[in-house]
Design a protein. Sequence first.
Length: 473
Amino acid sequence: MTDQTYDVIVLGAGPVGENVADRVVKGGLTAAIVERELVGGECSYWACMPTKALLRSSAALRAARALPGAREAVTGDLDVAAVLARRDAFASNWKDDGQVAWLDSAGITLHRGHGRISGRLTVEVTRDDGATTVLAARHAVVVATGSSALLPDIPGLREAAPWTSRDAAAAGTVPARLAVIGGGVVATEMATAYASLGAQVTVLVRDGVLPQVEAFAGELVTTSLREAGVTVRTGVEVRSVERDGDGTVHLELDDGDRVEVDEVLVAIGRTPNTGDIGLETVGLKPGSWLTVDDTMRVVDGDGGLYAAGDVNRRALLTHQGKYQARAVGDVIVARAHGAAVDDGRWGRHVATADERAVPQVVFTDPEIAAVGLTAAAAEAAGLRIRVVDHDLAAVAGSALHADGYRGRARMVVDEDRRVIVGFTVAGPDVADLLHAATIAIVGEVPLDRLWHAVPAYPTVSEVWLRLLEAYGR
Ligand SMILES: Cc1cc2nc3c(=O)[nH]c(=O)nc-3n(C[C@H](O)[C@H](O)[C@H](O)COP(=O)(O)OP(=O)(O)OC[C@H]3O[C@@H](n4cnc5c(N)ncnc54)[C@H](O)[C@@H]3O)c2cc1C
Ligand SMILES: NC(=O)c1ccc[n+]([C@@H]2O[C@H](COP(=O)([O-])OP(=O)(O)OC[C@H]3O[C@@H](n4cnc5c(N)ncnc54)[C@H](O)[C@@H]3O)[C@@H](O)[C@H]2O)c1
């Protein structure tokens, strides 16, 4: 029996679910959103916001210490309690009143509880007290349930109560010794943060540091982590973990070494939140990532099922998930109204940029900002490329920005089309340089035209001119 009917039901009120619901309501449809924890999702309370708050104060301190005059004015160390308090504020003290008020103002109906699909266009919501409500959708059910930390099957690990990204983001105290398993984005950002907060950090990496980005960027981060006192061990696997009666965690490595710490953070990637959402009722496999077409409609679904954000594995980033949300919200509205669907390449109803133009900033020291393909990925994709590198320290704006500035930029050019397909820059405070590259890639701006986009002097952006000069005209 159906209790309530809406045009669209969104499962999960993370940043992506919220944006899907907002979009369909703006398009004239009704929407309900189902959330089992906090409205705002992982990003607001346990991921993007709190982790960036943990990193920001020490980055500002580093910047001041890199400048004569400012350096002399810094007379103390980082105030850890103040950093944690600012982090708490950025996580809204783990309360979602503000987000709930926003849902209200946007005309979206919130159903609190665990949502499960119970057949085509039907969702059952189970509240904490066990009461259930059955919701029906006229047009679409959108799964935006996100992802959770993946735990490897290392003997003793689960029993040792390891930290996941959630614990690292929300910790109330800083452990004296922290081991980090993994070398990706979470591992390097949290190693940077906790080292700055005073922990003795050991990073245990199976492969290389930040394997997803250009190798020079991972090398710069490794060097600076080591300079900050972090032990970075690459090419090691953790064999077993044990927490003893005193709370000390003992890790045994595959080379026989042992590491003793107070907490161990596992940061080896994500698993989709699809294990208990009723996928079996619509012929899909519980626990799997949801494969979608470019309009975010689930492949092998029932036609009314969509998936956006982390759960479809296209790009596990908030901004990219919200981009998908705009496309999927609009396409649901178009289909509901029988309007034309604009699903051609770069059309309104598709998320084409997911393919080859995903921007990401890693907030380590130095920051890494990258968009599009790495040189290796471009070659693997069969492109005929030319790689152009430039030393970021050799740009007037960088030299002014900080003494001893270290950094590097790379552009990857598709030689057949003479357009940029990849851009990576590593250096202090480079995050906001990235959008220019994203525009160049998405706009497929010809290199000959880029010469007319003149970077202001003396800014770090002048690296664009240096890269073009190195490429030649
Ligand atoms: C430590 C860390 C730092 C990060 N930093 C950044 C960053 O700086 N920038 C960036 O772009 N990305 C960052 N990310 C990635 C970013 O957090 C995710 O890409 C983003 O949160 C995905 O949004 P989402 O809405 O798809 O999922 P989520 O944010 O995970 O939201 C999903 C929501 O669905 C709810 N839910 C799940 N199952 C059910 C169910 N059955 N019923 C009801 N509700 C359900 C959950 O409770 C949750 O609220 C970071 C990730 C981590 C782990
Ligand atoms: N600033 C940001 O934009 C930001 C920050 C944090 C996280 N995120 C997103 O969150 C997602 C999750 O981040 P993450 O760091 O957990 O994953 P990741 O995919 O970035 O890195 C995982 C790392 O773990 C290693 N690994 C995998 N399996 C392993 C195993 N069994 N043992 C040891 N090492 C193993 C991999 O080689 C890789 O280095 C990413 O997709 C990332 O984009 C984004």
